[in-house]
Structure formats: structure tokens, C-alpha cells
Design a protein around this ligand. Structure first.
Ligand code: SF4
Length: 774
């Protein structure tokens, strides 16, 4: 493929560093002993360790008990970022002072494009509305040598699959559906921006070694069943939490019957069961897909490794053991529909009509939407096209609105050439921009559905929580394969089963769909499409100015946080005592605040606004020393202005939910130094340390009851612990605001040597910046 503005064959940065990965796997084998069988996920992960011995032997019963125990320090091969999360990732990267990224990286402008009337009008409007963010991302990409995929080029995961994913690669992406690349045999993990920065600056990225959930596929799909139905069915079996802490590793004879893009769909939605990632072993369908997407050289190298013997990098060892094993017989799998409001409420198509009636879900629906990063492959679209052609030949038109979102310019241009889009348009379908659009709430729905009335839509997307698509919490989004969504759109009825039910044609005849047929890959190859959507060159240009307007309310350069003082923290004040659950969404709400993701001062005005006051039961109501009422961010800001540093007291699993780094950055920006809780969510605890906030847990849980808002707290021993690289004990001296009484309570910490250094420096980025300038 050609880079925009630089007619160079883009081959080198898209070839995984196979020689290094294979050599590292040999080291892993030597350390663990030749008797130890490895799963595929273990091979790829462990072959990306910065220090094999340290990670695999420390605290793991001499390498016998790694999964769920070892702390892996990984060196990913590549990073991909979408436009919303890239902003903070890049602002953090910039503050390190490096001239270029340490690994190849890409930015994809996809989340901020609205879907309404079609690509031709929607795209220019969205570009205009977000110009300052896109200009910033493009200028930073040019400066640091990051490939920039402009608005309209495609959705991050589709572009990654078409250009960067490869068997045996390990990559991070600042988006939860990054595991889509597992369809091409990569370990691809969704992370927050601060984690992406680790990889961009060549610092080790830490991950608790995941357990491995094996999914054995037997038999072959047929008729209406599609790869989407594998993951819809699996989501029903595992539930939204069933994959937490696991990598889902597909294997078995059924794998070889699936298309590469079908496997990507399965991996994409592994995020819906909480899995760290999902992946498939090297399979024959990967070779023609890589060749068709201009990466014959990668196909050749991967095929050679796959043929290099039974213990090779790209397959699990014969005796590999899984922590859990699920078997699915593809011959028996029927289409599934999942929802509403949760992706794990899975109903087989044959039972769906009865379920609709029993649960009193709407019996009609307003829109069918196909495509997105989950399901916009050539196979998906040509199977949907086949159904549209059948219906059109019978004189039928969709009864529900019908929208099509191509995942990339490559797929759009190819479908355009092959008349697939024309078939959709002639049937009344609306082709939206190559972007996320309705999948991420960027859908200006025009069919007049009231906000307070139950209504249904069908999509081939991956998520369906309330309000996800059109901002209407009453809209029930049922997830299904694109072919099922298409067929259902012709009936407009949620109880229609196209496998057995019939429709009436305008001439009064009975029409029944035949099972859809499509092609994995276009026989005439993929089209390049509009050259303006090709990425910029990955060549750093130090003369390029990064464009951030000083008057912008959406972007602000980051100021480094101050280093830790030369002694313990004194006179911290309790800003808030949180009652009950406190997720990253409680700490840094999404929705309209997403607009400010690149502007730390502005987004900090949402800090902790979802938190419940333990003393009063009120949400987002804090009281200062004089009893005056404020919102939490208001009080934090006032204290910041007065030079008062503060802490938060919380209950269990503080910071659960997404890996959102804003939930750690914002408290730090507003003067938060310590969070004391009954327990922490692991990722958030790490994020806090990276931003220089000290997470401590009560040694005695009942001490939570002894501290209140506005009490004064000093740390005792913390400075010594930090100096000693995490060794030693910490206490808190609490002085009650009301009585002046003072007492000590013991607290626990999980500070490692590296993390102690982050905190002393003020943040992990400060430490990195120091190393860069040293
Ligand atoms: Fe996320 Fe939807 Fe965009 Fe995919 S299409 S990256 S799921 S917002």
C-alpha cells in the first residue's frame, strides 16, 4: 500500500520482529524446561517479556505456577490509538521529551464521526466540529513518526486487521475491542492511554499473567449460522464477567473452517465477557487474507514459522493445558440474538419470538444497523447483500430503517466496486461514513422515537448497554449477525424468524429467504479507495509543530506534577469519604465529558461526581471545614487554590471498571495525594501509582469508620518506604476535625521498587522524562 504523500512500499514496520520473538521463545523454553507445554497465548506473551527469568521465576514456584501469579513485564511490538483516547496518550507521551515513539504506532480518527444522513454529509460536518482535535492528532503524529489515519479512513480495529495485525504479534490498543486482531493470531490488548505510553517510550508494560480459557471448536458452520453466533453463544455461557483474568484461546478442528475476518469477530467480542484478549492459532485462511491486504511477505514468514515443527510459535503445544475448557460444535450452532441492555443475555433464534412475547419486549423495531468494527468484512457484507438481492427480486423493501457502516475505506471502496453498496442503497439502505458513528452514540436518529418509550433496534455491533447507540436509555439494542439483522429489517418484526417464517410480496406471493451466501475475499482483490484516506508516513519530523491552541477548551498541554516532598506527607485533608461502589466512571464520568478528554483542567470538573457521601448519602455533595456545601470538584479546586493537599477514603474495589487513566490523573491534578480504601481494583491501583497518587488499604477494615471528611491526616513511614524501594510499613496519623483527638492507624501498600520511584519523581512520566534528559 502507498502512504499518503510518500510513495513508498509500506512493508518493514508491518512485519512483526519474528527473529526476535522466536529467539525469545527459545529463552522461555530454556528457563521453563522442555517438559513444560505452553498454550499459544503463553508463547506469544512470554516471548514478549523484557526479562524472561525475572517474570517467569519470581513468585511463581520456580516457573511452575505462572498463570494468575506472575507479574509480566512486557515489551509490545506496536501500539494503535483511537482519536478519543489518543489525545491524553499523546499529551502524556509528549511530556517525556522523546523525539519519536519507541515502537511503531498508529492513530485512527473514528470515534468522533457522527452518523446521520450518510457519509457524504456526515463526514465533513464531523471534521469541522472536531477540527482542533484532528489537527492536534495529525501534527503530533507527524512530529513523532506515528501513522495517522484521517477521519473517514476507517475504524481502528478494521484498519489494524487490514494493515498491522499478524500471527505472533503482540500489540496494545487504546480501545477495548483491540482484541479483534486476534483473528489474525495476534495478542492484542485494550489498555488506557498511560499503558500505551509505556510501550511508546519502551518502558515495560505490566500485566498479571492471565489464565487461559480454551475454546475448542468442532465441526463447521452452515446455513444461517455465522462466526458472530459463536461469540454470541459463548457470551451467554460465560456472562459479562466470565472471561475476567483470562485469555480466550480458540483451537480445535473447527478453526480451519473459519474465515480470518470471522475469527476477528469472535475475538472482538471477547471484550464483552471481560477477557484480557482472545486469539486464534495460525490457520490456512490467514494466508490469503494477508496476501489480499498487501502483506504477502508477512504471510510467507508466518507460514514458514507455522511449518517449523510441533512446538512452533504460532500454535499451542500438543499437551497444552487450559485453566478452563469449553467445547462448541459448530454443526449444531444456530443463530443467536443477545440483549437487550447486556451482551450476555443470549437467546437462540428458534426461541427468540417466544422470549419476546414472554418478556413483553417490543414486537416491532425501528432500525437495523450492520457493519462496525465487529462485522463489516467482505464476507459479512456479501452475505447481507445476498439477502437484499433475494428480497429485492421479490419486490420487497426493508420495513425498518437500514444503515450500513463500512469498517474501512478499503472495504467500502471494494464493496462499491462490486456493486454491493449499490444493492444496499437501491433497497433504501443508508451508507454511513467509515467510522464508529451509531456504535458509540454518534447517531442522530431521525425517526422520531420518543426518549421515554420502549423501542427496539437490531445491530451487528458488539455493545448494547442503555443509551449506547442513540442516547435513549429506552432503546433496546439486540445484537445479531449482519445477515440476521438484514433479514429482520425486511419484516420490521422482532418475532420474525427468517429460517422458517415467510413474508408477503407486494404482488401477494409468499416469500421465504434462502440461507445467505457470500465470499470471504473479493475475487478481484481489495480496492485502495480514496488516496486521501491513506495514512501519513511513519517518519518523525522534529520541525513539525504540535498544534495546541492556548485558548482551546478541548486540549491542554500537561504540566509535570511536582515531585514527592523530602519527607512524609503532612496536613492532608479528607476531601470525601465515599460510601459503596466507586468505579472509574464514578471518578471520571463519560458521556458529554468525553469532549474534554484532552483537556485535564476542564475534564477535572467531573471528578468523583458520581461518588456517594458516606456521612449523608448524598451524591457529589461535599462539605468544607466550615460546613459549607460544594460539589466535590468545586471543593477540590478550592483546596487546590489554597494549597491544601487531600485524600479520599473509600470502600472495596475502588476504581473498578475501565482502565480510564483520567480517574487517576484528575485527582492528582486537583491536589489528591493518597487514596485509602478497603481494597482497590488492580488496574486502577497501578494507574494511581503511575500518576504519583499513593494507594493505601486499611490493615483493619473497621478503621474506615474512624475517619471522616475534613479530618487531617499525616503519613508516617511512607517516605522511608519510598526511599527503600517499597520495603517497610506505613501508618496514618489521623487528627479528628471535631475533637482534635489524634491516633495512628496501620495501612498496607503494594509499592514495588519501580512504583516507589514513580511516586518520588511525581509520576511515572516525570521519571521517564528524567531518564530521557539524563
Ligand atoms: Fe468501539 Fe464501536 Fe468503534 Fe468498534 S465501532 S471501535 S466497538 S465504538
Amino acid at each position: 500500500r502507498l502512504y499518503r504523500g510518500l510513495a513508498t512500499e509500506a512493508t518493514s514496520s508491518r512485519m512483526p520482529p519474528y527473529a526476535k520473538i522466536v529467539r525469545n521463545l527459545e529463552t522461555v523454553r530454556r528457563v521453563l524446561g522442555s517438559e513444560r507445554s505452553l498454550t499459544l497465548a503463553e508463547k506469544i506473551l512470554y516471548a514478549h517479556l523484557g526479562n524472561v527469568e525475572e517474570s517467569l521465576l519470581t513468585g511463581t514456584n520456580n516457573g511452575r505456577d505462572i498463570r494468575g501469579k506472575a507479574n509480566l513485564k512486557l515489551k509490545p511490538d506496536r501500539v494503535a490509538m483511537q482519536d478519543a483516547s489518543a489525545q491524553m496518550a499523546l499529551l502524556q507521551f509528549m511530556s517525556c521529551g522523546l523525539p519519536s515513539t519507541a515502537v511503531p504506532a498508529s492513530i485512527h480518527c473514528d470515534h468522533m464521526i457522527v452518523g446521520e444522513r450518510g457519509a457524504d454529509t456526515d463526514l465533513p460536518a464531523s471534521i469541522q466540529g472536531n477540527a482542533e482535535v484532528f489537527d492536534f492528532l495529525e501534527s503530533a503524529a507527524k512530529r513523532y513518526g506515528i501513522e495517522f489515519w484521517p477521519p473517514g479512513a476507517g475504524i481502528i480495529h478494521q484498519s489494524v486487521l487490514e494493515n498491522y495485525a499478524a500471527p505472533g504479534l503482540m500489540m496494545l490498543g487504546t480501545d477495548s475491542h483491540t482484541p479483534n486482531a486476534g483473528g489474525l493470531g495476534a495478542i492484542a490488548i485494550g489498555v488506557g492511554g498511560a499503558d500505551a505510553v509505556d510501550a511508546l517510550v519502551d518502558a515495560p508494560w505490566e500485566l498479571k499473567a492471565p489464565k487461559i480459557l480454551g475454546v475448542r471448536l468442532e465441526g463447521q458452520l452452515s446455513g444461517w449460522a455465522s462466526p458472530k453466533d459463536i461469540i454470541l453463544h459463548l457470551a451467554g455461557r460465560l456472562t459479562v464477567r466470565g472471561g475476567t483474568g483470562f485469555v480466550i484461546e480458540y483451537h480445535g478442528p473447527g478453526v480451519e473452517t473459519l474465515s480470518c475476518t470471522g475469527m476477528a469477530t469472535c475475538c472482538n467480542m471477547g471484550a464483552e465477557v471481560g477477557a484480557t484478549t482472545s486469539l486464534f492459532p495460525f490457520s490456512p485462511s490467514m494466508v490469503p487474507y494477508l496476501e489480499a491486504t498487501h502483506r504477502g511477505h508477512v504471510a510467507k514468514a508466518a507460514a514458514e514459522i507455522a511449518a517449523s515443527g510441533p512446538g512452533n510459535l504460532l500454535r499451542a503445544d500438543d499437551k497444552a493445558e487450559y485453566d478452563q475448557l469449553i467445547t462448541i460444535n459448530l454443526c449444531e450452532l444456530e443463530p443467536h440474538i443477545n440483549g437487550p441492555f447486556t451482551p450476555d443475555l443470549s437467546v437462540p433464534l428458534s426461541k427468540f419470538a417466544d422470549t419476546v412475547r414472554e418478556k413483553k419486549w417490543p414486537e416491532t423495531f425501528g432500525a437495523g444497523l450492520i457493519g462496525s468494527c465487529t462485522n463489516s468484512s467482505y464476507e459479512d457484507m456479501t452475505r447481507a447483500e445476498d439477502l437484499v438481492k433475494q428480497a429485492s427480486a421479490a419486490g420487497l423493501k426493508p420495513k425498518a430503517d437500514f444503515f450500513i457502516t463500512p469498517g474501512s475505506e478499503q472495504i467500502r471502496a471494494t464493496l462499491d466496486r462490486d456493486q454491493t453498496l449499490n444493492t444496499f442503497s437501491e433497497a433504501g439502505g443508508v451508507v454511513l461514513a467509515n467510522a464508529c458513528g451509531p456504535c458509540i452514540g454518534q447517531w442522530k436518529r431521525t425517526d422520531g422515537v420518543p426518549k421515554d418509550v420502549d423501542n427496539a433496534i437490531f445491530t451487528s455491533y458488539n455493545r448494547n448497554f442503555p443509551g449506547r447507540n442513540d442516547g435513549n436509555r429506552k432503546t433496546m439494542n439486540f445484537l445479531a449477525s449482519p445477515e440476521l439483522v438484514t433479514a429482520l429489517a425486511y419484516s420490521g418484526s422482532t418475532t420474525f424468524n427468517p429460517m422458517i417464517d415467510t413474508l408477503s410480496t407486494p404482488s401477494g406471493e409468499t416469500f421465504k429467504f434462502q440461507a445467505p451466501k457470500g465470499s470471504d475475499l473479493p475475487s478481484a482483490g481489495f480496492e485502495e479507495g480514496n488516496p486521501k484516506f491513506l495514512p501519513s508516513a511513519a517518519v518523525p519530523d522534529p520541525s513539525q509543530e504540535v498544534i495546541v491552541s492556548p485558548t482551546s477548551d478541548r486540549l491542554a498541554l500537561l504540566e509535570p506534577f511536582a515531585p514527592f516532598p523530602n519527607g512524609d506527607l503532612t496536613n492532608l485533608k479528607v476531601l470525601y469519604k465515599v460510601k459503596g461502589q466507586c468505579t472509574t466512571d464514578t471518578i471520571s464520568a463519560a458521556g458529554p465529558w468525553l469532549k474534554y478528554k484532552g483537556h485535564l483542567p476542564n475534564i477535572s470538573a467531573n471528578t468523583l461526581i458520581g461518588a456517594v457521601n458516606a456521612a449523608t448519602g448524598e451524591t457529589n455533595v461535599a462539605y468544607d471545614e466550615n460546613g459549607k456545601q460544594h460539589s466535590i470538584p468545586e471543593l477540590a479546586e478550592q483546596w487546590k487554590q489554597r494549597g491544601i493537599e487531600w485524600l479520599v477514603i473509600a470502600e472495596d474495589n475502588y476504581g473498578e471498571g475501565s482502565a480510564r487513566e483520567h480517574a487517576a490523573l484528575q485527582p492528582r491534578y486537583l491536589g489528591g495525594r493518597v487514596i485509602v480504601s478497603k481494597s482497590f481494583a488492580r488496574i486502577h491501583e497501578t494507574n494511581l501509582k503511575k500518576q504519583g497518587v499513593v494507594p493505601l488499604t486499611f490493615a483493619n477494615r473497621e478503621d474506615y469508620d474512624r475517619i471522616d471528611a475534613c479530618d487531617v491526616v499525616d503519613t508516617v513511614g511512607l517516605y522511608d518506604v519510598l526511599q527503600a524501594g517499597g520495603e517497610g510499613k506505613v501508618q496514618l496519623r489521623v487528627t479528628k476535625k471535631k475533637t482534635g483527638e489524634s491516633f495512628l492507624i496501620p495501612v498496607q501498600h503494594t509499592l514495588s521498587k519501580d512504583q516507589s520511584a514513580f511516586i518520588l519523581a511525581g509520576s511515572a512520566l516525570n521519571l521517564l522524562a528524567k531518564k530521557v534528559t539524563a
